[in-house]
Design a binder for this molecule. Structure first.
Ligand SMILES: *[C@@H]1O[C@H](CO)[C@@H](O)[C@H](O)[C@H]1NC(C)=O
Ligand SMILES: *[C@@H]1O[C@H](CO)[C@@H](O)[C@H](O)[C@H]1NC(C)=O
Ligand SMILES: *[C@@H]1O[C@H](CO)[C@@H](O)[C@H](O)[C@H]1NC(C)=O
Ligand SMILES: *[C@@H]1O[C@H](CO)[C@@H](O)[C@H](O)[C@H]1NC(C)=O
Ligand SMILES: *[C@@H]1O[C@H](CO)[C@@H](O)[C@H](O)[C@H]1NC(C)=O
Ligand SMILES: *[C@@H]1O[C@H](CO)[C@@H](O)[C@H](O)[C@H]1NC(C)=O
Ligand SMILES: *[C@@H]1O[C@H](CO)[C@@H](O)[C@H](O)[C@H]1NC(C)=O
Ligand SMILES: *[C@@H]1O[C@H](CO)[C@@H](O)[C@H](O)[C@H]1NC(C)=O
Ligand SMILES: *[C@@H]1O[C@H](CO)[C@@H](O)[C@H](O)[C@H]1NC(C)=O
Ligand SMILES: *[C@@H]1O[C@H](CO)[C@@H](O)[C@H](O)[C@H]1NC(C)=O
Ligand SMILES: [Cu+2]
Length: 799
């Protein structure tokens, strides 16, 4: 399918007539080598300037989506109408967020309720009506001794006399969309922790010449585990002392001090909260008095702090690299964008691919209705949850297992930096999310771009010819900075029909104090341990290969002993293929086999190619190492993240199993609102609408190279969807951006460019680079009361 729906071409460049100039000789510029004794370096400057016309680099192709994007999210006005509707419901007893205390009921979220596949698919196939629109509202009820979160369904939209408010339960296998909240009183908790800090100020001053007691001149902070522990019916919060950064650099997670306090914060009356003990250098002290008396006893060993400094700062430092004052290579679009975008509908077409983008608070971007050559291959693909499970000798590292959709990937998908995060010529799209009765818009927070892979997709040489095909990749990218970490999410499309789904992590590690932590991390700075942890990021992948009746096929590659009619009665040690199918949910929790010894693919058994093989898409672990959570039966997580136990899973698609994780599961891990294990009830998976749930991630054992920030090189993981017997050949042969050079006895006889001309126009790089002074951050619009014209700038971060 070409860009058939093309309706408008915008060009921002002017064309002038071409003038042929004499070709200058390539000059050589003499430069000194950087190292003593190095020979004089030479830089070759090549000019190919034969055409003074300006390249149409800014040309974009605007297209119109074939259908309205029913997955995109609520319009500002819809979210405002739903918010107002909720405030009118007396039984909800809501207080406007701006006036609410921790004892008032508040709206946490108003968002589009993702339509059921059973309604969306007929619509996409033009066999059914537009699904009715509903909003999902998340409300925190806290005007009570036992606060809880409850999910509601509001609709149909637009709000009218027929719109209703109903509890939203069908998505939640706990039975109801409700979750107890055990930390509603966060301001009171801050006060409580500050009092604890004050109670041992003599010790913090003696140890580190500072305090953590809520004063402006504090030099330390106290924070700790997530999720909270539920210990014999009590709510336990372990927290640690951390030095504060001394500049704007966000280095707080690199500055642990090695002192930890255990508190019981059960219930809503802070006067009943208590200190349960202290931990320092391998010793547990059951009370503040016990800790103080040990501290003032002779022989108490005191260790130094971790102190902020340039070692923790991401600025240029150290000797300059050779030639590094020069600009590195930059890509340009010599003839404008080669993809079409419907900006309103967030619909994209590139080469033979098309897809819709959706965006939500919990998990950021998702793709729907991904088609290749006009046929749907993916109904839905997107992140479900991201786990960072730590371990350590101290209770804070040991007790930490972040489930990041609690914080949300949407709210932290900040504006991307043109020329750094994405090529400056990328198409940037905005995203929006609802928080505190406002809609925040992150401008330029998704980017779409084509780029050369840096290596060809095909080549072959003989004594007569060489043929090589360019490898151009089309990528959709977003980055979410959830606290200390920056997750970069990519969906990359390739001209061989494959799609790569990847995640990379950078930003600050969460580190540990070094004392007694050698079994849990490398020592990476004066008093610092790198705190080992597993990142496990779960994705839902709902492929539809030639319809929804699909099966997961396994082609195992196994060693074997065989005798053949021609082997003269001898057994030969060899290998062979073993084909099988994942038959039911009783056998659908899967591991990638050792030595890459099996290929899994989604096939339709009713759809064979002309050679009798099933047409399908293979699911292949790509960059990095495919992992699952190392910790077995995690004490921190209990049943909150049962999707982390294996590499991949297959389940039968159900409207009631839209998402396999719930953002507030971590509030009560033993009683999760969505328990992924309950998806497995023995149902047949043969020729059913199946869903793959796969994990990306890495075992992260930070070393000195994680300072000041982790680099994407170490922390990345990907999975590739590859056509397998899907077409009758490799479709990249369709690309005209290949060359065949015929030669004989050292003489070129023919250069076949398949009609593609080498661009010769001029690019003024000054006009193509991003104006970084125009970076803006978040744009916020109030919903209650709705004030669309009175917007303002405000950027959130997890503090
Ligand atoms: C918050 O309270 C103030 C003072 O009572 C009131 O004027 C204002 O309207 C309230 N805000 C909202 C959004 O209800
Ligand atoms: C409604 O909420 C207020 C606090 O905003 C609380 O004082 C009151 O008791 C609540 N009413 C009911 C009926 O729960
Ligand atoms: C989606 O499907 C479920 C299960 O059949 C049903 O209970 C629910 O009402 C449907 N949701 C909408 C928005 O139609
Ligand atoms: C302790 O901190 C105070 C205030 O920040 C500072 O003036 C003083 O020099 C520090 N003392 C030492 C020994 O570092
Ligand atoms: C910090 O501020 C408090 C109260 O203003 C003061 O008593 C204390 O001396 C200050 N500490 C330092 C180290 O300056
Ligand atoms: C801890 O850090 C201090 C400086 O802050 C240093 O003097 C001390 O040697 C360090 N201790 C260890 C065990 O590295
Ligand atoms: C993104 O939002 C900004 C600010 O509201 C607006 O000016 C711009 O046109 C939007 N861009 C797109 C591609 O929608
Ligand atoms: C091959 O090229 C060389 C040098 O150009 C020439 O001398 C020779 O005759 C050529 N051989 C044939 C078979 O064309
Ligand atoms: C010069 O570049 C322009 C713009 O790309 C192109 O249209 C034109 O054909 C080029 N002229 C020559 C002589 O290559
Ligand atoms: C870059 O953006 C800033 C802020 O919007 C603006 O003031 C400036 O004129 C822009 N510079 C150029 C070269 O467009
Ligand atoms: Cu990490």
């Amino acid at each position: 399918m070409k860009l058939t729906t093309l309706c408008l071409l915008i060009s921002t460049t002017l064309f002038s007539s071409a003038v042929a100039l004499p070709q200058p000789k390539a000059p050589w510029v003499k430069r000194p080598g950087h190292y003593p004794g190095a020979s004089k370096g030479q830089v070759k400057r090549a000019y190919t300037g034969t055409n003074t016309s300006t390249c149409p680099v800014d040309e974009k192709i605007l297209i119109k989506a074939p259908k309205k994007n029913i997955f995109m999210g609520l319009e500002d006005s819809e979210a405002a109408a739903v918010t107002a509707f909720l405030h009118k419901q007396d039984n909800l007893n809501l207080t406007a967020v701006e006036n609410a205390t921790s004892w008032d009921n508040v709206i946490l979220l108003v968002e589009l309720l993702q339509p059921n596949k059973s309604d969306a698919l007929p619509y996409l196939n033009s066999e059914g009506p537009t699904p009715e629109r509903y909003a999902k509202a998340t409300i925190q009820f806290q005007a009570t001794e036992e606060p809880y979160i409850q999910e509601w369904m509001v609709g149909p939209l637009p709000i009218s006399d027929t719109s209703t408010l109903q509890p939203l339960n069908y998505l939640y296998n706990k039975g109801t969309g409700t979750q107890r909240v055990y930390d509603a009183d966060d301001d009171a908790l801050d006060d409580f922790m500050n009092k604890i800090g004050a109670s041992i100020a003599d010790i913090t001053l003696a140890l580190w010449n500072g305090t953590a007691m809520g004063l402006d001149n504090d030099t330390m902070s106290i924070w700790g585990i997530d999720p909270l522990w539920h210990e014999n019916g009590r709510i336990i919060y372990w927290s640690g002392f951390w030095n504060n950064p001394t500049s704007f650099y966000d280095s707080s997670t690199l500055l642990p001090l090695g002192l930890y306090v255990k508190t019981d914060i059960t219930g809503r009356d802070p006067s009943k909260w208590s200190v349960q003990g202290w931990y320092y250098d391998g010793e547990f002290y059951p009370s503040t008095e016990a800790f103080r008396s040990a501290f003032y006893s002779p022989g108490f060993e005191k260790f130094g702090p971790n102190v902020d400094g340039s070692w923790a700062h991401t600025k240029q430092q150290g000797p300059e690299l050779p030639y590094d004052e020069m600009a590195p290579p930059i890509p340009v679009l010599p003839q404008g964008a080669r993809y079409g975008v419907d900006i309103e509908e967030k619909y994209v077409e590139w080469m033979d691919f098309s897809f819709y983008i959706s965006f939500n608070r919990d998990t950021g971007m998702k793709l729907f209705d991904v088609k290749y050559k006009g046929e749907r291959i993916v109904y839905e693909v997107g992140l479900q949850e991201a786990l960072a499970h730590y371990a350590g000798s101290d209770p804070v590292q040991s007790g930490t297992a972040y489930l990041d959709s609690y914080y949300g990937f949407g709210p932290y998908a900040f504006e991307l930096v043109g020329g750094f995060d994405c090529p400056s010529y990328a198409t940037f799209l905005n995203t929006s999310f609802y928080v505190d009765e406002t809609t925040h818009t992150h401008v330029n927070s998704l980017c779409l771009f084509e780029i050369d892979a840096g290596y060809p997709i095909q080549r072959h040489s003989t004594s007569q010819y060489v043929s090589v095909t360019k490898n151009t990749i089309f990528t959709l990218r977003s980055v979410s900075t959830v606290g200390n970490y920056d997750y970069m999410f990519d969906y990359s499309f390739h001209i061989d029909g494959s799609i790569q789904i990847s995640v990379r992590a950078s930003g600050y590690i969460q580190s540990a104090y070094f004392a007694k932590n050698g079994d849990y991390g490398y020592k990476i700075h004066d008093n610092l341990s790198g705190s080992m942890h597993d990142h496990v990021l779960n994705y839902k992948l709902d492929m539809d290969i030639d319809g929804t009746a699909n099966t997961l096929m396994k082609t195992a590659i196994v060693p074997s002993k065989e005798s053949y009619p021609w082997s003269n009665g001898q057994m030969r040690n060899t290998m062979k293929l073993e084909r099988s199918f994942v038959e039911s949910e009783d056998e659908s929790k899967l591991m990638w086999p050792a030595n890459g010894g099996a290929m899994y693919s989604v096939v339709n058994k009713d759809s064979k190619n002309k050679y009798g093989e099933y047409r399908g898409y293979r699911i292949m672990p790509a960059t990095g190492s495919a992992i699952h959570l190392t910790v077995e039966d995690s004490t921190n997580l209990q049943d909150a993240a049962n999707w982390a136990t294996h590499h991949l899973f297959v389940t039968k698609q159900k409207d009631t199993e839209m998402r396999n994780a719930y953002p507030y599961n971590s509030l009560d891990p033993a009683y999760p609102v969505i328990d992924f294990n309950k998806f497995f009830n023995g149902e047949s998976l043969e020729q059913e609408d199946i869903v793959i749930h796969f994990n990306l991630g890495m075992h992260h054992v930070p070393d000195t190279s994680d300072l000041p920030n982790t680099v994407f090189t170490t922390a990345q993981s990907a999975l590739t969807l590859l056509p397998q017997n899907y077409m009758l050949n490799d479709p990249s042969v369709q690309s005209a951006n290949q060359v065949r050079i015929m030669y004989k006895n050292g003489t070129v006889q023919e250069v076949e460019r398949y009609g593609v001309k080498q661009p010769t126009c001029q690019v003024d790089l000054a006009t193509t680079s991003t104006n970084l002074s125009a970076y803006v951050g978040d744009v916020v619009v109030r919903k209650f009361p709705y004030e669309p014209l009175d917007w303002y700038y405000e950027t959130d971060s997890i503090a």
